[in-house]
Design a protein around this ligand. Structure first.
Ligand SMILES: [Zn+2]
Ligand SMILES: [Zn+2]
Length: 184
């Protein structure tokens, strides 16, 4: 089975990762484990943006990829950016093995609303599926309900379903079984 290791970046509620660990394998052909190490995002903070550079975090993650990892998926509470964009919900290495997702802007509190833990878990799951899809070289999907649809705001994430459309699912299945065979 393709193993996804979940890596906390900075302090986060354990229940978020625990939920993700249980939910992800229902929608993506992987098994999940939470790493006991934690990556400190501090070196990637850029005061001029008051945000954290996601590509730098991805680069730093390379050293933490271990042999049994199929993918290393980082989750963080800090606000991420890449220089050409105001913010990103996440970033992935096309073709793998690393991806990072931020739930900073997935929280209702960010928009001045009351906390909603189940909605947060759902949005985080969708974003993780999306970024894992990118690690398999999947591009953005035209079907707005598909987990691979692009999202420029959280409303677009809410329109997505946690699952992939048939065409994206076929791509994921062909790529995950292929990588499984290469490992044997
Ligand atoms: Zn994307
Ligand atoms: Zn799709």
């Amino acid at each position: 089975m393709n193993l996804v290791h979940l890596l906390p970046v900075g302090k986060l509620e354990p229940s978020l990762l625990e939920n993700l660990c249980l939910a992800l394998p229902r929608y993506f052909p992987v098994s999940c484990q939470i790493l006991s190490v934690e990556l400190d995002p501090a070196p990637h903070y850029h005061a001029e943006r008051q945000q954290y550079h996601s590509s730098e975090i991805l680069e730093r993650m390379q050293a933490l990829v271990c042999q049994q990892d199929w993918r290393l998926l980082a989750v963080t509470a800090v606000d991420l950016y890449i220089p050409i964009l105001k913010y990103v919900f996440g970033e992935a290495q096309m073709g793998g093995p690393c991806a990072v997702v931020s739930f900073h802007r997935l929280r209702q509190e960010f928009y001045g609303l009351d906390p909603d833990h189940s909605l947060l878990n759902e949005r985080l799951l969708k974003e993780c599926i999306h970024e894992l899809g990118h690690t398999l070289d999947l591009a953005h999907c035209q079907d707005y309900r598909c987990a691979m649809a692009s999202a420029h705001s959280v409303e677009w994430i809410d329109l997505r379903e946690s699952r992939l459309c048939d065409s994206c699912r076929v791509q994921v299945e062909s790529k995950t079984s292929l990588s499984g065979e290469q490992r044997k």
